[in-house]
Design a protein around this ligand. Structure first.
Ligand code: ADP
Ligand code: ASP
Ligand code: MG
Length: 401
């Protein structure tokens, strides 16, 4: 007998028919003699509906109350799924995050899982129940409901798999696995049989939302093999693991992130310590910086541009404005109509010319590059957001057709 963790995202439990479909997958797995722990997300785009309700009432609501609201979506889906399973003649128990033993930090709306105490899940499994856990949520040490950040149910599933030493962790979604690009945007994207944790982590961090990046980080840390597959077709999915058998592909995928903004601090004095002063202002506020570009100084002045997450963009500008002008900067420019397009692949380490090929694809499509950043396994460019899909398609075609 194996212990299998199965996670189902919002589209997989969108309506009654889809909930029954999930109940069928789960009970089929159980009927084969396995213990099954299921993690579910809120139905469809219900979390977005809740966010809209909050914004209507108070756009500046406290993070604690946001969590109280957002966690409600998953409560509905766990109960409905348990009822669907009962209808098929099996025993099921639904548990909220805190009941399932999820202890998190108190960083509301982006809490980190500190510990999962699976004793209640285990007790329910021992009584031959199928256990259904609300994804995306936990409890802080102050006894408050927390959420893990959007897309966090993937991480809930991996955390349970790790805490319970599960034999398999399946992430069911609305596509058949991890593709070379978003299959909804690039119709000829192909499904990967397998992908390494490192490459998947980059893809997820750079915008491929098929897996939440923290879930991949955790899977790598605890060496949990993941299978990403469709709840609708039951075709074999993509395996995410440490080492892949395939020869390192030159690149494994193209990703797009439109949740970024660019800030440019123009005409700052070309003196030592300026970057330090500027970025420490932001790090004190917990604002992460991504791509950084600094011009060569001329006439004693230089320009520094960098990107931040769009949701922290205005805050970053506010934090810097007066401070940088006092330090002698000429002006601060802000642009959130930008997109970061990236290619990821372990193979590029040993191949020259990968970045050039990407730039050529953008040149062919007449798309201007604003910023560039590279690492051993990725190349990212910042471009005008209106060309984002065109850029992904052009780059994908260059590498995969
Ligand atoms: P769920 O609700 O199941 O968590 P998500 O919407 O979070 O599903 O993630 C699945 C979506 O991720 C797909 O519908 C697809 O549009 C998108 N996606 C983006 N990049 C990729 C990729 N490289 N491979 C597969 N899907 C991707
Ligand atoms: N329901 C949450 C969200 O929409 C968590 C998830 O789907 O993983 O972000
Ligand atoms: Mg998701």
């Amino acid at each position: 007998m194996s212990l299998i963790v199965q996670k189902f995202g919002g589209t997989s439990v969108r309506d009654a028919e889809r909930v029954m479909n999930v109940a069928k997958i789960v009970t089929d797995t159980y009927a084969k003699g396995n213990d099954v722990v299921v993690v579910v997300s809120a139905q469809g785009d219900f979390t977005d509906v809740l966010v809209a309700k909050q914004e209507e009432i108070n756009p500046n609501a406290s993070r604690r109350e946001k969590d109280m609201l957002l966690a409600a979506g998953e409560q509905i889906s766990i109960a409905l799924l348990a009822m669907a399973i009962e209808k098929l003649g099996y025993h099921a128990v639904s548990l909220l995050g805190w009941q399932a033993g999820f202890e998190t930090s108190s960083a509301h709306t982006s809490a980190r899982i500190k510990r999962v105490d699976p004793s209640r899940i285990k007790a329910a499994l021992d009584k031959r129940n199928i256990v259904i856990v609300a994804g995306f949520q936990g409890l802080s040490r102050f006894g408050d409901i927390t959420t893990l950040g959007r897309g966090g149910s993937d991480t809930s599933a991996v955390a349970i798999a790790a805490a319970m030493h599960a034999d398999l962790c399946q992430i069911y979604t609305d596509v058949e696995g991890v593709f070379t690009a978003d299959p909804r945007k690039v119709p000829n994207a192909t499904k990967l049989k397998e992908i390494s944790y490192d490459e998947m982590l980059e893809l997820a961090t750079l915008g491929a939302q098929v897996l939440n990046n923290r879930s991949v980080e955790m899977a790598k840390k605890y060496n949990i093999e993941l299978e990403v597959l469709s709840s609708l077709t039951r075709a074999p999915g993509t395996i995410v693991k440490e080492k892949t058998r395939m020869e390192k592909m030159l690149i494994s995928g193209v990703a797009k992130d439109t949740e970024v903004a660019r800030i440019s601090v123009m005409g700052v004095p070309n003196n030592p310590g300026l970057a330090f002063k500027m970025f420490s202002k932001l790090s004190k506020k917990g604002i992460n910086i991504d791509i950084i570009l600094q011009s060569i100084g001329h006439d004693g002045k230089k320009d520094i541009s960098f990107t931040v997450a769009k949701e922290r963009g205005q805050e970053a500008v506010d934090a810097l404005k007066d401070y940088m002008l006092d330090l002698g900067a000429k002006e601060i420019l802000y642009d959130d109509n930008v997109a970061k397009i990236s290619i990821v692949g372990a193979g590029m380490e040993s191949h020259a010319g990968v970045a050039t090929k990407m730039f050529e694809a953008l040149y062919d499509a007449q798309i201007n590059i604003q910023m560039i950043s590279t690492s051993e396994i990725k190349v990212s460019v910042l471009i005008d957001a209106k060309y984002a899909d065109k850029a992904v398609a052009a780059i994908h075609e260059k590498f995969f057709d």
